[in-house]
Design a protein around this ligand. Structure first.
Ligand code: PMP
Length: 356
């Protein structure tokens, strides 16, 4: 029996994507070869890559001033690749300090130039999104994490800044409509809403490139990847294919408006239940709650393990909080059915009756 999958990433994928990916491992498009066996410069794979890149653009409604790249190294590599390509040694970039992942991005950026902290939620353990930002006019860019996977907060507005906007959208990409053309660079590991681990999506507005004076190693230079159409070296062929299948699924299901409607529906069900029960409590400010990753705890700390055991015994995975943070967390990405959230809510209600 399939488990209820609340994993934070790698995470749940649509059943039909898994089926299609499995078939392609045996025989890709009936060509007599596995997707794992074809060359990355064959027409077969070039078509996959081109369709995936153009679907990203289509879903985000971006024009040709943007390029979509499929890279490797995860979002973590982008923490350093972004400043390496965009931040000169003596220049300053503004960063929002709203969680574990953002802090890692800040640490890497400091290796390349000056970092100005535009806002921080450290004072309350990143349980909210600050409304006040300070962004120096001459900042090379403003960087922020649209959804804080670990802490369970999400920006539901776009930070105001008259400088290029750079966003780590790893955990909420393709989950909601956004004015993506306001951004100069967007990156995300594919392993949550956009496919399998191993592929990293980078969407870049071409006019921000070529402005830093440092020498950039070839493989880390976005301009080289643009020129090579994401085929500078061997890409993660299978992960890109799974990403394509996932993007096709998103489009077929109704695109980002429908993903957003489903995300809201799941989150409403979960948070309404959470707020109605004495045995549990949410961890972050209500107005900043993430639609993707809900963080919470048991009112009685001793009950946490008990609840986790109950979840496990009922076929659930991914209910435990991030390893360094603890508590409880459920991730509710695009393909998580509402019915899975309902099963979890029923368990929580039952737990509340017994232990609330
Ligand atoms: N940023 C965010 C917001 C994340 O959630 C994660 C991973 N969960 C990362 C960055 C790191 O991604 P990766 O493991 O692909 O390097």
């Amino acid at each position: 029996m399939k488990m209820y999958n609340f994993n934070s990433g790698p995470a749940i994928l649509p059943a039909e994507v898994l089926q299609q990916a499995a078939e392609a491992v045996i025989d890709f498009n009936h060509i007599g070869l596995s997707i794992l066996e074809i060359g990355h410069r064959t027409e077969w794979f070039v078509n996959v890559l081109e369709e995936a890149r153009s679907l990203v653009k289509e879903l985000m409604q971006l024009d040709d001033s943007y390029e979509v790249l499929y890279l490797q190294g995860g979002a973590t590599q982008q923490f350093m690749q972004v400043p390496m390509n965009l931040l000169d040694e003596k220049a300053t970039a503004a960063y929002c300090d709203n969680g574990i992942w953002g802090a890692k991005a800040i640490k890497e950026a400091k290796l390349f130039g000056n970092v100005h902290i535009a806002c921080s939620s450290k004072d309350r353990e990143h349980t909210y999104i600050p409304r006040e930002l300070s962004v120096p006019q001459d900042s090379a860019y403003l960087h922020y994490t649209t959804n804080n996977t670990v802490e369970g907060t999400q920006w539901n507005f776009i930070p105001e800044a008259n400088v290029p906007l750079v966003a780590d959208m790893s955990s909420d990409i393709f989950s909601r409509e956004m004015p993506f053309s306001k951004y100069s660079l967007i990156y995300a590991g594919a392993q949550k809403n956009a496919g399998a681990a191993g592929a990293t999506i980078v969407v870049v507005k071409k006019d921000i490139l070529g402005k830093v004076s440092r020498a950039i190693p070839s493989i880390l230079n976005y301009s080289n990847h643009i020129e090579a159409k994401s085929l500078m070296n061997t890409p993660s062929v299978f992960a890109v294919y799974v990403s394509l299948l996932t993007l096709r699924w998103i489009k077929k299901e109704g695109g980002l408006p429908e993903m957003e409607r489903r995300a809201q529906e799941r989150a409403d069900l979960f948070y309404d239940t959470l707020d109605s029960l004495d045995a549990f409590m949410g961890k972050v400010d209500k107005r900043d709650r993430s639609l993707m990753n809900a963080t919470f705890t048991t009112q009685n700390p001793e009950h946490e393990k008990l609840f986790l055991d109950i979840c496990k015994n009922n076929g659930m995975v991914g209910v435990k909080g991030y390893r360094t943070v603890g508590g409880l967390r459920v991730s509710m990405y695009n393909s998580l059915p509402l019915s899975s959230v309902q099963v979890l809510c029923d368990l929580m209600k039952d737990f509340n009756e017994k232990h609330g």
